[in-house]
Structure formats: C-alpha cells, structure tokens
Design a protein around this ligand. Structure first.
Ligand code: ZN
Length: 291
C-alpha cells in the first residue's frame, strides 16, 4: 500500500518531474530560476501613508508591511464574465475575460501555515482564492479558517497532489471527490472550482469527467506563476494583462531560499502594484450555477 504523504514519501518518475518543471505549477520555487527582480521592494517606511485613506480602501496596514497600497478594485461586475452551468462539460480557464484592470491571486496546496500571513491578510484585505490539498492541510484545517472568514474561498486541489494524467480515471475521481468532501465538511461550503496539480490533464476528457462527477464546475489554470521575487509570465513581454490569474503557493523558507511566506507575498503585491493593477476576488467574476 502506497503512502500518500506529500513531499516526504512521494516520489515522482523522471517524466513527471520534467512535466512539473515544464508547467511550473507547484514545482519548488528554489528549483526554478527566478526571473531577475524588477526592482527592490519598497523599504519599510516607504511613503504608503502619502496616499489618502480612500486610495487604500482594502486595508490600512500597507506601510506596516513595507508596501505601497494597491489601487482599489472596481465593484464586482453584476454581469459575471464567466457563467458556470450546473451540468455537462466543465470549462477550463486561465484568465477571466474582463477589461477591468484587475488580476486574481490563487494560492495552492497549503503546506506553509505561517501565522504572520494571516496577520498580513487581516491588515491588507487582499482577496485570494485557496486551492487546498487535503493531505497537505489535514494536520491543521483550522489555519485556513481565519483566511476564509475574510471572504476568501476555498477550492479543490486533490487529496494528495498526483500527476492526474498518470493515474486511472477511477483514482482521478477519488482524488477530486474526496478532497471535495473533506473541504466541504471542514469549511462548510462545497468548492466550486478545481485545479489539477501542475495543471496536468486539465484538457483531457478523463479529468473533465472526474471533475463533473465530484461537484466543481470549472477547472482553473493560471497565466503567471509567482516564484520568490517575481512571477514567471506566459506572455513574452512579461506583463500582466487584465483578468490574469496568478498562481502562488503556501510556501516557507525551506522552499523560498530563506524567504518567508509574507516576504514572498509582499514581493508579489509589489510586482502587481508596479504594473498598476488591482487585485479582485476571482469568485466575484464567476456566476455559480443557479437553479
Ligand atoms: Zn499544487
């Protein structure tokens, strides 16, 4: 019987490792050359306070974290650009069609459970979506509850983070359905969205069917992947575009060359702020199935 521990007992074949590196999702940041820092982040005491209170409506703690406040996100659109159906094939998307100058932050797995990050989110009120893997979070489901209480949604990211295309349909279904059940029980709400580890198998009929059978109504990929100091971009010009979905991870010093979760997240916010984008809540742009 294989033990499905994550990061300790699980081993991947060479093919899987190559796939992981190619897709960048959930591979160790330390194993991936980070793009050169665009510029150093704002030092503590940077003139965040020079912005009026109305310019920082998402929270007043920016200076405390050495950050410039992000622009305010526009109100959630009444007519959601993504509309999900209750049955049938689930769509796969890595960006949201919108002209709003917003991006969306998703944070995966759940390995690092740094109390300072909860404090940071309480201060900044930046919306995030959390794609959680049961066997990575089950030792401390409670860590994510204060983050959920801030209005952030919890979404499905399998039971133990396999390469989905390498496992049979039956086990794919277990991976999605059992994470769905655990997260629903723990957090009181069924995940609406699913993200396959490494983005693998997202476009296969087998995975689509597995997801349909378990409850999530869309498969969500990403456009940018946060490393330590900057993002890996899919666009050649290395610029954010309206509606981009950004992948980050709950990671700590072991995976971030000594940087903490809050330092990494601060760098991410700085890269977004430098490009003049606001961060909006992904679920605010998605119409859940009705009826
Ligand atoms: Zn992952």
């Amino acid at each position: 019987m294989q033990t499905h521990g994550w990061g300790r007992t699980r081993t991947y074949g060479a093919g899987a490792l190559a796939l992981m590196a190619a897709l960048t999702g959930c591979s160790s940041a330390s194993g991936t050359p980070a793009a050169p820092p665009v510029k150093s982040s704002a030092p503590p005491g940077a003139p965040a306070a020079s912005s009026s209170a109305s310019a920082a409506p998402q929270g007043t703690g920016w200076a405390k974290w050495g950050l410039q406040p992000l622009p305010q996100a526009p109100a959630a659109p009444a007519d959601k650009p993504i509309k999900l159906a209750r049955t049938g094939t689930v769509p796969v998307f890595s960006e949201v069609p919108t002209k709003d100058k917003v991006v969306f932050i998703t944070i995966d797995d759940g390995a690092e459970k740094d109390p300072k990050f909860v404090e940071m989110m309480n201060d900044l009120k930046v919306p995030i979506s959390m794609f959680l893997t049961r066997d990575i979070v089950k030792d401390d489901y409670g860590y994510f509850k204060p983050l959920q209480a801030l209005g952030n949604h919890i979404q499905n990211h399998t039971v133990d983070h396999p390469v989905m295309s390498k496992i049979p349909a039956e086990r794919q279904k277990t991976e999605v359905c059992d994470d769905q059940a655990a997260l629903t029980q723990q957090y009181g709400k069924a995940p609406l969205l699913f993200r396959p580890p490494y983005g693998d198998g997202a476009h296969t009929p087998t995975l689509n069917t597995s997801v349909q059978q378990c409850g999530p109504r869309a498969i969500v990929l990403w456009r940018e992947s946060m490393q330590i100091h900057d993002m890996q971009y899919q666009a050649a010009d290395k610029k954010l575009r309206p509606g981009d979905i950004i992948l980050a991870h709950f990671r700590g010093p072991k995976d971030l060359k000594g940087e903490t979760m809050t330092q990494m997240f601060g760098e991410l916010l700085s890269r977004i702020q430098e490009q003049g984008f606001a961060v909006a809540r992904l679920e605010d742009y998605i119409q859940a199935p009705t009826g």
